[in-house]
Design a protein. Sequence first.
Length: 158
Amino acid sequence: MIVGDKVPDLLGKDENGNEIRRSDYNGQGIVLYFYPKDSTPGCTAEACNFRDHFTDLRDAGYQVIGVSVDSEKSHLRFIDKNQLIFPLIADIDRKLVEEFGVWGEKTLAGRKYMGTFRTTFIISSEGVVTHIFTPKEIKTKEHAVQVLNYLDPTKQYE
């Protein structure tokens, strides 16, 4: 998926098994953020930052949706533990991570493995990718602020 691409309508199923469709959010943009794993330090910091700035993002006309390859049960625990107020797609079959090009080989402490690259797609109300935050750009503890400052550069969020 690159800037200018139209995203699919069916994005996946959330933590409760409900289908998440782009068309469910007509008139709103979507901040679709992919993260490696529930309840890890960086992913928790990122999710909590989105939670803390959820109202600002909604006021800017955007819905936040998180995606990882964790199960619905894992997502439910993650949401409960961190009081998250937005849906998390359980992409257990890796369909969405592969379609968006964020699944691949990673290295940690010299060990290679397959995983999700932390990436955020800004999607317009028409369903078109308008911006992509790459793994190297994302600061987990302030990522929602990075997104807000991109969406409205006239304001400076903190």
